[in-house]
Design a protein around this ligand. Structure first.
Ligand code: CAA
Length: 257
């Protein structure tokens, strides 16, 4: 894969990954998922980086889905392999120990929406459009979209989006909880970075443990999830950040994490 299909830019503690194939509306290939996995491996060990932002190049699309030219070449076995790779990489993003924000600058369709749903937070430009149009191609979402969409917006709404393949606009996506907020298109990256900055000066270990508690806890029954939270709460007391955060409060000074 040419490196330029995935761009990585670092600005202090914020790393921005840009899907950079605007001519094909940033559609996802096998190679892009492999490249993304490598980038996340590198970003995990990069101690400077605290928050990752994903966005799309061009003014039309975040990601318009899996690359349909690639899908055309797949048999059932190839389709399963593609789905399993994409699911693995999206799971990696979901369980990544640092926050990941999707800055959705346009079409967010099919595999693109499935990828965005693996991120912790989604901010949309007011011009963005969302959909799971797979049924129009005679296929179903394969990058865990049937599962994440139902969990995020509820079974009924997920079925409506998946069965009709219709797109919804950014305001509607916000109303149903698919995105956290909608901002003017020109302010999207500024807003995404400003949100990221609010996390950069907080405790990275506490954010990571909170992410673990929310994501893993939601897959458990309440009592088990609450015990799991207590275990992670206890773990947070073993960190240097806990010492620093609590001492700073008592000494009436800003904490330095
Ligand atoms: N894969 C490959 N190429 C794509 C693409 C995709 N998902 N989406 C758009 N493109 C390409 C188009 O073929 C076109 O290429 P050419 O200029 O070479 O013809 C270029 O991007 C621009 O697209 P359009 O001319 O169609 O732009 P438009 O503004 O008229 O329409 C659109 C925009 C409504 C998003 C339309 O492109 C579209 O419907 N795209 C397909 C969306 C889709 O079905 N996504 C789901 C894919 S399947 C999936 O994601 C499931 C999975 O893998 C698990």
């Amino acid at each position: 894969m040419p490196d330029s299909i995935l761009l990585l830019e670092k600005d202090a503690a914020i790393a921005t990954i840009t899907f950079n194939n605007p001519k094909a509306l940033n559609a996802l290939t096998l190679e892009i998922f492999e490249g993304l996995e490598t980038l996340f491996d590198d970003l995990e060990s990069d101690t400077e980086v605290r928050v990752i932002i994903l966005t799309g190049a061009g003014d039309k699309a975040f990601v318009a889905g899996g690359d349909i030219s690639h899908l055309a070449s797949l048999d059932a076995d190839g389709a399963r392999q593609f789905a399993l790779l994409a699911q693995r990489v999206i799971d990696r993003i979901e369980t990544f120990p640092k926050p990941v924000i999707a800055a959705i600058n346009g079409y967010c369709l099919g595999g693109g929406n499935e990828l965005a749903m693996g991120c912790d937070l989604r901010i949309a430009a007011d011009s963005a459009k969302f959909g799971q149009p797979e049924v129009k191609l005679g296929i179903i979402p394969g990058f865990s979209g049937t599962q994440r969409l139902s969990r995020l917006i509820g079974k009924g709404r997920a079925k409506e989006m998946i069965f009709t393949g219709e797109m919804i606009d950014a305001d509607q996506a916000c109303r149903i909880g698919l995105v956290n907020r909608v901002v003017a298109k020109d302010c999207l990256m500024e807003e995404a970075k400003s949100l990221a900055m609010k996390m950069c000066d907080k405790s990275a270990s506490a954010i990571s443990l909170s992410k673990d508690a929310i994501d893993n806890g939601l897959e458990m029954d309440f009592a088990r999830a609450a015990r799991y939270e207590a275990d992670l709460f206890a773990l947070s007391f073993t960190t240097a950040d806990c010492k620093e955060g609590i001492s700073a409060f008592l000494e009436k000074r800003p904490a330095k994490f």
